[in-house]
Write a new protein. Structure first.
Length: 184
């Protein structure tokens, strides 16, 4: 199931792993390993090499509550401004921590349009996992100069319209410009 939300994003933790190793063929994760090597993948039944994959958790927060979701691959790399190879090199070869201040600064206080997918769980009582498919910063558009607005009103109530930019009030005409179509 895929759905969209408007929410804030933040890193779930600075202490989490930002790189995991995966089968180069089927992308099955091997979270117990942190050294590249050749393995026999029990998922695709082949001898294969482990390759780095960028994956970590983020917190999604809106006015209702918050949830933790997984972000991975290209969109995770985009968020960190690093490739999977660079993240693996920093974390597992050089054994350093990632500098995340710029990521936190970019996310802080911004609203994003986020496309989320519910991941399949094998157990009925398992906690539901979410995966982010895409995210895009929401752009608030406010028009500075608005043209006069004509509104069709079908009932006899007068409504006041306030323009956002000027605070002017407009009282719409009670006549119907385009009468509604009759149903047959």
């Amino acid at each position: 199931q895929v759905f969209n939300v408007e929410a804030e994003l933040s890193l779930a933790s600075k202490d989490q792993r930002f790189s995991v190793l995966a089968c180069s063929n089927c992308k099955q994760l091997f979270t117990r390993y942190n050294v590249r090597r050749e393995i026999y993948c029990t998922s695709c039944h082949r001898s294969t090499h482990l390759i780095p994959r960028c994956q970590f958790e983020v917190t999604i927060k809106d006015n209702i509550g918050f949830a933790t979701a997984i972000i991975s691959d290209e969109i995770a790399e985009k968020m960190l401004h690093l490739t999977s190879e660079e993240i693996y090199e920093i974390c597992f070869v050089k054994k350093e921590t990632l500098s995340l201040q710029n990521v936190e600064d970019e996310l802080n206080g911004k609203i994003f349009n986020i496309q989320i997918k519910r991941l399949f769980t094998k157990k009925l009582d398992a906690m539901q996992k979410l995966s982010i498919l895409s995210y895009l910063e929401k752009q608030d558009v406010i028009h500075k100069s608005m043209a006069s607005t004509t509104i069709n009103i079908t009932d006899a109530k007068k409504r006041t319209i306030e323009h956002l930019s000027s605070g002017e009030k407009e009282y719409p005409s009670m006549e119907m410009k385009n009468p509604p179509m009759k149903k047959n």
